[in-house]
Design a protein around this ligand. Structure first.
Ligand SMILES: Cc1cc2nc3c(=O)[nH]c(=O)nc-3n(C[C@H](O)[C@H](O)[C@H](O)COP(=O)(O)OP(=O)(O)OC[C@H]3O[C@@H](n4cnc5c(N)ncnc54)[C@H](O)[C@@H]3O)c2cc1C
Ligand SMILES: *[C@@H]1O[C@H](CO)[C@@H](O)[C@H](O)[C@H]1NC(C)=O
Ligand SMILES: *[C@@H]1O[C@H](CO)[C@@H](O)[C@H](O)[C@H]1NC(C)=O
Ligand SMILES: *[C@@H]1O[C@H](CO)[C@@H](O)[C@H](O)[C@H]1NC(C)=O
Ligand SMILES: *[C@@H]1O[C@H](CO)[C@@H](O)[C@H](O)[C@H]1NC(C)=O
Ligand SMILES: *[C@@H]1O[C@H](CO)[C@@H](O)[C@H](O)[C@H]1NC(C)=O
Ligand SMILES: *[C@@H]1O[C@H](CO)[C@@H](O)[C@H](O)[C@H]1NC(C)=O
Ligand SMILES: *[C@@H]1O[C@H](CO)[C@@H](O)[C@H](O)[C@H]1NC(C)=O
Length: 608
């Protein structure tokens, strides 16, 4: 009798699917259908730990040494399936014990404490190394059959935790490389008279740095972001994509002319101005991980051209007061500089601006126009004991190699959270606007955000062709070529405050940090009211009114397109189009949800 019960129990157990509801056979079948490219996903720092999810693990000294030495190196993380630049991609925000991170305040990162366990956090359970369209189809089928969350992971730069999910199956698309140059690109299905000029088709996994180098070989300029490892045909362009050249040449979303994508129904589709126009529009700002799995994107490029650079620095030990004066000076110059075509980054202790407009970027006159345009800033910096270099370089790659790369290689391995806001030109037009802006700086300073750490990308399409100081504030789909928040086309600045959640912060400390940054987010919204907007790719994941803030009046049309192409909601990520309020308290999003709810109540308590 006893043995019979045991037998029954055992045979039952054998049929009970593994922890997530899928049997080992189902996983094995999936693995076979992706030619063995299904793998268990493990956290990045696992080789340094002797416990994994509470069970014994073997430390791999060589791998661990590499990880500890290069914990903050972006390129290493961008190349691997489990590499997340911002640690909130791999930690479970709501549970400080559920993570596998190292202390990155010193390098090499210290070894974990003896007995510490490397826990899975929000790292997916499995991933597929995507090489073929059938890999994507197999994953979509599997997700449909087992309701298992599916997530797309590319370079891992996301700030919003959209590139990972606890308990999910990840499609790792980084291996979709490939670069093609077109002298005069005709979007597929369009007539010849719709040729778009020179263009580059880049696989979704291709890094921004590789595209810049490839463009230069073809005597062209790619209008790309400020990080060599960001995937330009991935989350960057899908979310909008700003560049230091955007004031003159537009956003990535303004410039992209075609996508190839596998939609959730498993179909390979071409989206451009002649076919699947609605999908094309949604992919130009509606965000990654939402409408399908992008295979490649084709971007317009410009001929090679000289670019002026201004690199102006205050002494690094300057006072906060001086930074406030500096920010005010930059704010006062912004409208003039914006009209002249300058883009770049303003900081509390520096500015690094670039300009491709021929009268400013003039190699023959040694950049005289650039120097005189920047003279007020140069004088301020020199008087404060700082430095100024204003020069013209022969092409963008030279600017990239000299001014961008050195600062962009080792920024990973911290849980950095941003609060950003697009600031309309209106605020720069009169004293009242400048006063409002400076008042904001002082208010957030009191919340713990030092003006010396002020950071502000200048990458809005300010003098770009159809963009639009003249365009109406509210635009619907048919009148607007992209689905980014219309605030982009009226804005000059994208102000940003940020904080780093310490790698080992307790729950109470995380709550304090996220409440502070969310308070700053709300203050930044107040500063601009409905004229402003926020760039979802560089937003606070805990933004309460994210739909309005990130997409403005575009949200409704985006949701309609989401429902058309993904009626079953196979792709769902944190605060992506189609994410519902109920999802915040769902088990699926528990890593973010619990902390979000506590931040919401902390803010309510304060305000009531
Ligand atoms: C150091 C750093 C510098 C940055 N600099 C800039 C900048 O200069 N300009 C700027 O505009 N932004 C910048 N960003 C923000 C960047 O644009 C976003 O983080 C963007 O989401 C990165 O996309 P990714 O594909 O490289 O990263 P991932 O984190 O891998 O993916 C981001 C999102 O896109 C989705 N996704 C990626 N590939 C695909 C695909 N093939 N199909 C469907 N969905 C996909 C993912 O699911 C996820 O939701 C920067 C970020 C960091 C961390
Ligand atoms: C999938 O198959 C490959 C090749 O047989 C194997 O190396 C890999 O471990 C398998 N993946 C899983 C999750 O079992
Ligand atoms: C990793 O760090 C070590 C030590 O700093 C360095 O020598 C090595 O080049 C780094 N590796 C990579 C791939 O960056
Ligand atoms: C996915 O499912 C469809 C419909 O059942 C089937 O035709 C297709 O072969 C499947 N694809 C893969 C790669 O499993
Ligand atoms: C560049 O400077 C030279 C020398 O001053 C001048 O002749 C030329 O017109 C300038 N080019 C542009 C585009 O302003
Ligand atoms: C959208 O814009 C077009 C062109 O401006 C206009 O004809 C149309 O009525 C608008 N639709 C809505 C729903 O506002
Ligand atoms: C976090 O680690 C630092 C050392 O990096 C240590 O000083 C601190 O006490 C730790 N904090 C917590 C909450 O464990
Ligand atoms: C974030 O939390 C850490 C640890 O509690 C704290 O030292 C820091 O001041 C916090 N930062 C902000 C801006 O709240």
């Amino acid at each position: 009798m006893k043995s019979y019960v045991l037998f029954l129990l055992c045979s039952l157990l054998a049929r009970i699917p593994s922890s997530q509801g899928q049997s080992d056979e189902a996983w094995a079948a999936l693995n076979a259908s992706v030619s063995g490219r299904l793998y268990a996903a493990v956290p990045f720092a696992l080789p340094c730990y002797s416990l994994y999810n509470g069970k014994r693990a073997v430390v791999n000294e060589a791998a661990c040494t590499l990880i500890r030495n290069n914990y903050t190196t972006n390129s290493i993380r961008a190349e691997v399936s489990n590499g997340y630049m911002s640690l909130q991609g791999e930690m479970c925000l709501g549970d400080p014990l559920d993570q596998c991170t190292l202390d990155s305040t010193v390098l090499p990162a210290p070894e974990p404490a003896p007995g510490a366990s490397c826990n899975q956090g929000s790292v997916p359970s499995y991933y597929i190394e995507v090489l073929e369209i059938s890999d994507i189809n197999a994953a979509l089928n599997f997700t449909k059959d087992y309701r298992l969350p599916l997530v797309v992971k590319n370079s891992g730069h996301d700030y919003l935790t959209r590139n990972s999910q606890k308990g999910s199956l990840a499609l790792w698309v980084h291996k979709l490389q490939g670069l093609v140059f077109h002298g005069d690109f005709i979007p597929e299905g369009c007539k010849g008279d719709l040729a778009t000029g020179r263009a580059i088709t880049a696989g979704t996994g291709v890094s921004t740095g590789d595209i810049h180098n490839f463009a230069n070989v073809h005597e062209s300029t790619f209008v790309g972001g400020y990080s060599p490892t960001v995937a330009a045909s991935g989350g960057w362009v899908l979310g909008g994509g700003h560049s230091v050249l955007s004031p003159v040449y537009g956003l990535g979303a303004d410039r992209v002319i075609q996508f190839k994508i596998v939609t959730p129904d498993g179909q390979l589709r071409v989206a451009n101005q002649c076919q699947h126009e609605d999908l094309f529009w949604a992919l130009r700002g509606g965000g990654g991980g939402t409408f399908g799995i992008v295979l490649e994107a084709t971007h317009r490029v410009e001929p090679s051209m000289p670019v002026a650079v201004a690199s102006i620095k205050l002494p690094s030990n300057g006072a906060s007061e001086n930074s406030l004066k500096w920010i005010e000076l930059i704010a006062r110059q912004s409208l003039v500089w914006g009209k002249e075509g300058w883009g770049g980054h303003a900081g509390g202790l520096y500015l690094t601006y670039m300009n491709p407009v021929p009268t400013i970027a003039n190699l023959t006159d040694g950049g005289a126009g650039a120097k005189s345009s920047m003279s007020v800033a140069t004088e301020f910096a020199l008087a404060a004991g700082g430095s100024s270099v204003v020069e013209v370089l022969p092409n963008y790659l030279a600017v990239w190699n000299k001014y961008v790369l050195p600062g962009a290689l080792t920024t990973a391995g911290v849980a950095r959270v941003l609060a950003t806001r697009l600031i309309p030109r209106k605020l720069f037009e009169d004293e009242a606007g400048i006063a409002k802006l400076m008042n904001f700086m002082v208010t957030v300073q009191k919340l713990g955000f030092d003006p010396r750490n002020f950071y502000c990308p200048i990458g809005t399409p300010f003098v770009f062709e159809h963009a639009t100081n003249s365009q109406p504030q509210t635009q619907n789909m048919s009148s607007s070529p992209t689905s980014v928040n219309p605030a982009w086309y009226n804005a000059l600045w994208d102000i940003s405050t940020s904080l780093t959640i310490p790698w080992n912060a307790s729950y109470a400390e995380r709550l304090q940090n996220m409440t502070a940054i969310t308070r700053a987010t709300l203050l930044a919204e107040e500063l601009t009211n409905t004229d402003g907007g926020t760039y979802p790719n560089e937003a606070n994941p805990f933004t309460p009114n994210w739909r309005e803030s990130w997409w403005g009046d575009k949200y409704a049309a985006l949701l309609e397109i989401k429902r058309k192409y993904d009626p079953e909601g196979l792709l769902k990520c944190w605060k992506c189009i189609g994410f519902e309020d109920e999802d915040i308290s769902s088990d699926r999003f528990r890593c973010q949800g619990r902390l979000q709810l506590d931040v919401d109540s902390a803010l309510e308590k304060k305000s009531s």
